[in-house]
Design a binder for this molecule. Structure first.
Ligand SMILES: *[C@@H]1O[C@H](CO)[C@@H](O)[C@H](O)[C@H]1NC(C)=O
Ligand SMILES: *[C@@H]1O[C@H](CO)[C@@H](O)[C@H](O)[C@H]1NC(C)=O
Ligand SMILES: *[C@@H]1O[C@H](CO)[C@@H](O)[C@H](O)[C@H]1NC(C)=O
Ligand SMILES: *[C@@H]1O[C@H](CO)[C@@H](O)[C@H](O)[C@H]1NC(C)=O
Ligand SMILES: *[C@@H]1O[C@H](CO)[C@@H](O)[C@H](O)[C@H]1NC(C)=O
Length: 447
């Protein structure tokens, strides 16, 4: 960068910091405008989550000041050209093309580690509350709930007065397992009431919900019905204001971009926590693409109609014949097809990443996990539903050089999709909490 450009960039950022941020404390509409220019560019986050609720509270002011410092530090990390990484602790430092802005992400992560506090409500009894599935396709829901319960997560606090966000320990998968009955008229009613009653209880008993209308409250669900059971018909504030962390992140079904968080699903068939496979010799990847799965939903049907049993290089099964191993197919393929099923999100994306197989995402209205910090175009291929018939042409068109690049970046992002219990830095749980942190950072509560 030219010296003069650098100086003028620095001066304009300085102006932004000096003039605009203090203003934000007084003028809510200015806060909206300026926070927009701030986060929308750095992370792909907008401002729909800005909420203003007036109350007088001392502790909250301290919390808001801390967040304001965090915003300042993130901006500074980007502005200062000679930003040097403090690697004294030997921690992982994000770098490379897979990140939209590695500096912003790194600084934001450090700020989160320094400040972020989550408080979990104690109300309610297991299994519906404080517990969730830890095996099969919804297992991330249970693991996140348990992580928020077992007291080892560094972001948890026992003191609600220092919390930035409040965790609602409700398991939609367990509500469905324990409350759902098909044979009653209005079978949705009882399920919705469990969620609505929980909110009513904590709303009555604690001051936290009312002071933000639920905007600093967080809820996690991987079950297909998670988005629906936290929708408009259940509790309007939960739907409109709270941070809903869901696998079924369908923007046509009420998922609100910039406010809600896409949860990356993982499939743990026997409950054993899966890890990325050691990478194999690229010459052993003899198949171009692979998929095996049921005809769940119109996208999968299109994939099966076009490709099932039709091609030696694009290998597509509906049900894998006995004796054939799903994961060994993924390991032998360059690309792994990840079409949406009954819901938009699919644990196949995580499986492909673990197998070093470049994910081919075929979805509609699906904001990909961590896309506020990760640039998915650098390590995956996205094919629109209308081009399912052209999958082979599109993938063949990708040069060997580009394929190797995509593949090496898949290996680079693996750490962000690994589940650890307790959570570790930059893993699946910590990255999910970082998405929540970013959304909270973007909220200005003026109590
Ligand atoms: C980085 O640049 C600033 C001025 O822009 C200077 O004050 C500081 O000493 C520099 N730091 C390093 C490590 O070079
Ligand atoms: C930080 O230190 C670790 C461990 O020594 C090393 O693997 C990593 O490459 C370093 N990162 C940077 C950006 O220097
Ligand atoms: C929160 O507001 C509701 C009315 O919407 C009220 O019934 C409830 O008592 C309030 N909670 C607290 C703790 O004041
Ligand atoms: C939620 O309900 C409110 C009031 O009934 C309505 O104005 C709003 O459009 C609804 N939103 C959605 C996404 O259905
Ligand atoms: C997303 O929601 C829309 C609207 O309800 C629906 O038509 C579509 O099938 C959903 N997508 C998936 C993959 O379920």
């Amino acid at each position: 960068m030219e010296e003069s450009t650098r100086i003028s960039l620095f001066i304009s950022l300085l102006l932004l910091l000096l003039v605009i941020f203090p203003l934000a404390f007084y003028d809510q509409s200015a806060a909206r405008r300026n926070l927009k220019s701030y986060t929308a560019q750095i992370f792909s986050i907008g401002t729909s989550h800005l909420t203003s609720i007036k109350h007088q509270k001392q502790g909250v002011q301290t919390i808001e000041e801390g967040l304001s410092h965090a915003r300042f530090n993130i901006l500074r990390a980007i502005a200062v050209d000679n930003y040097t990484i403090n690697n004294a602790t030997n921690d992982f430092v994000p770098h490379g093309a897979v990140y939209r802005n590695p500096r912003a992400f790194h600084q934001s992560y450090l700020e989160m580690e320094k400040r972020f506090k989550i408080w979990a409500y104690k109300e309610g009894e297991p299994p519906i509350f404080h517990s969730g599935p830890t095996a099969n396709i919804y297992s991330i829901e249970g693991h996140l709930i348990h992580e928020m319960e077992d007291g080892t997560n560094p972001f948890l606090t026992q003191d609600p007065s220092e919390a930035h966000v409040f965790f609602l320990p409700i398991s939609i998968t367990h509500i469905v397992s324990y409350v759902y009955r098909r044979d009653v008229p209005d079978y949705w009613g009882p399920l919705r009431r469990v969620v609505a009653d929980y909110v009513d209880v904590i709303k009555e008993k604690y001051p936290y919900w009312n002071r933000s209308a639920g905007a600093d409250h967080l809820f996690v669900a991987c079950h297909d019905w998670g988005a629906y059971l936290s929708g408009n018909d259940t509790k309007r504030e939960l739907y409109e204001n709270s941070i809903r962390v869901v696998c079924n992140a369908n923007t046509s079904e009420g998922f609100i971009l910039n406010k809600d968080v896409t949860l990356a699903g993982i499939n743990l068939p026997d409950g054993r926590i899966a890890r990325p496979e050691k990478d194999i010799d690229p010459n052993q990847r003899t198949l171009l693409a692979f998929f095996a799965g049921g005809a769940h939903g119109y996208i999968r049907e299109a994939v099966l109609n076009h490709w099932k049993g039709k091609d030696a290089e694009v290998v597509v099964y509906e049900y894998l014949p006995k004796g054939l191993n799903y994961y060994s197919f993924m390991k032998r393929s360059k690309f792994c097809l990840c079409p949406s099923g009954y819901e938009v999100g699919t644990p196949r994306i995580t499986e492909a990443i673990f197998m070093g197989c470049v994910p081919v995402i075929i979805a509609v209205d699906y904001p990909l996990p961590f896309s506020d910090v990760l640039d998915w175009s650098k390590f995956s291929v996205q094919i629109p539903v209308e081009k399912i018939s052209e999958i082979k042409v599109i993938l063949k068109d990708i040069s060997e050089r580009r394929y190797r690049m995509l593949k090496s970046r898949v290996l680079q992002v693996q750490r962000h999709f690994v589940l650890h219990r307790p959570a570790k830095q930059y893993d699946l749980i910590s990255m999910t909490l970082h998405s929540v942190w970013l959304r909270r950072l973007n909220v200005k509560l003026t109590y």
